[in-house]
Design a protein around this ligand. Structure first.
Ligand SMILES: Cc1ncc(COP(=O)(O)O)c(C=O)c1O
Length: 458
């Protein structure tokens, strides 16, 4: 259903605007461009992670403070990128700095348990309603353990995942993340497409892909793999192709369906956890899954990850039959930052302010969309939000394939040239806000967006 009458966007005009904005941006990033060639001498591609190299070029950062960021050219930005959503606590929060400094003086790593564990565990139980937790160092590790836990508990091999979700860069789940529309196959049987070179087909054979927001397709997958589905992993609100919210009843329906088939439900809350609400998607949508995977926002800026699960699932780990291990798991520096972040910074009150800022962004961008009759709408919750460039609501990944990447790239360039740093562009425009972001900051974002909306609508 179309939301309202809208203008047809002129892509030639958008191409012209992209050239103008790129030309304006390039001189501002001379130091980044020069340093890139220095880094390239010893670091593959000149960046530490391939996704730090996004068009038009990698931008090297000098420092961050609160809601702001400075690049090595000295440009100052309001930061709505926030380290891919990890810095909901903001940059260099004094409580986190203090906790890290204190722990650093006492030693940063022992690979022996420390007394930092229980405060974080207790806080995560309160937020996500699962009784037992383990810690790791990234979202990738958390989802890797989730898949393995579900397989260990059931003795089954197949994992169901949702088309268009990302769960990290390991071989068990790195399939159909942003799959090529030419290759995705029929909706009722999506092809399980590796998202990186070097993943053997044997791994793909263990993963069944289904569309988001469709219980009937999960039922079909469960019937077709009868007795062999260990569980389903899902971003409860999709956050890696814009923000796509679950429809009412969908998450509870998934849980019921999977349990009926003796399989488990894992929420990948790496992006939603402690970001869209105090208790992440568990609180926002009122469903407690069997496993919750966390990372990003819970660590206050240190490498972090956590896996929460039921006592039943953790049974083999507790009994010592399943080794969930890692040299840096429960690292004292991370635990100190995490404790300060969860108990002193991302308190329940913080989400009141995050929602206020979200409302300003949603209303402001929504009004600009309305005024310029753009085929777009705003969505999101708490610290996360997105403008989706489609006239009707997106329910699943396939609804996004017709969205032209040039529109979101231009939206990114407009903000970048006007002092707002957003996540490296993707098909949708997404933002994260922190506890330091104010309604004035949201106003600045909206002002830039309004200028962009006027430019593309002619
Ligand atoms: C939903 C989701 N899961 C897992 C990951 C992987 O996390 P990490 O990059 O910390 O390994 C990401 C990263 O963006 C993510 O968005």
């Amino acid at each position: 259903m179309a939301l309202r009458e809208h203008v047809e966007l002129d892509l030639d005009r958008i191409d012209g605007l992209i050239s103008d904005e790129e030309a304006k941006l390039e001189p501002k990033h001379r130091a980044s461009l020069a340093y890139r060639s220095v880094a390239e001498r010893t670091v593959a591609g000149g960046v530490a992670s391939s996704w730090q190299d996004s068009p038009p070029h990698a931008i090297f950062i000098e420092r961050g403070q609160g809601n702001r960021l400075w690049d090595i050219d000295g440009n100052e930005y309001l930061d709505f990128h926030l380290g891919y959503g990890a810095m909901v606590a903001g940059h260099a929060h004094p409580k986190i700095v203090e906790a890290v400094q204190k722990q650093a003086r006492l030693g940063t790593h022992f690979a022996q348990p420390t007394k930092g564990l229980d405060a974080v565990g207790e806080n995560l139980v309160d937020r996500f309603k699962l009784p037992l937790w383990r810690f790791c160092n990234s979202g990738t590790e958390a989802t890797l353990e989730a898949a393995r836990l579900m397989r260990a508990a059931t003795g089954r091999s197949t994992i169901i995942k949702i088309e268009g979700t990302y769960h990290g860069h390991h071989d068990a789940l790195m399939f159909s993340v942003a799959p090529d529309p030419e290759l995705i196959g029929p909706r009722e049987h999506p092809v399980t497409l590796p998202q990186a070179m070097g993943i053997p087909q044997a791994f793909a054979d263990l993963v069944r892909v289904v569309p988001f927001n469709d219980l009937a397709e999960v039922e079909r997958a469960l019937a077709e793999h009868d007795g062999d589905v260990a569980g389903l992993i899902i971003e409860p609100a999709m956050m890696n192709c814009g923000v796509i919210l679950p429809e009412p009843g969908y998450l509870q329906g998934l849980k019921d369906l999977l349990h009926k088939h003796g399989a488990y439900l894992a929420f990948d809350e790496v992006k939603t956890g402690a970001a869209i609400a105090y208790g992440g998607a568990v609180e926002a949508f009122g469903v407690v899954p069997d496993i919750v995977c966390l990372a990003k926002a819970i660590g206050g800026g240190l490498p972090c990850g956590a896996i929460g699960a039921t006592e039943d699932l953790y049974g083999p780990v507790v009994r010592g039959e399943y080794d969930m291990a890692g040299t840096f798991n429960g690292n004292p520096l991370t635990m100190a930052a995490s404790k300060a972040c969860l108990t002193e910074v991302l308190t329940k009150d913080a989400y009141v302010q995050l929602n206020r800022v979200h409302a300003t962004l949603e209303e402001g961008c929504g009004a600009a969309i309305e005024k310029h009759r753009l085929p777009a709408y705003v969505t999101g919750l708490g610290a996360k939000g997105s403008v989706i460039y489609r006239a009707s609501r997106v329910r699943e990944y396939r609804d996004t394939v017709g969205i032209d990447e040039r529109i979101t790239y231009l939206a990114w360039l407009f903000q970048q040239n006007r002092g707002v740093f957003k996540s490296p562009w993707s098909k949708q425009e997404t933002w994260t806000t922190s506890v330091f972001h104010t309604e004035d900051d949201a106003g600045r974002y909206v002002e830039n967006f309004e200028e962009f909306a006027a430019a593309i609508s002619g």
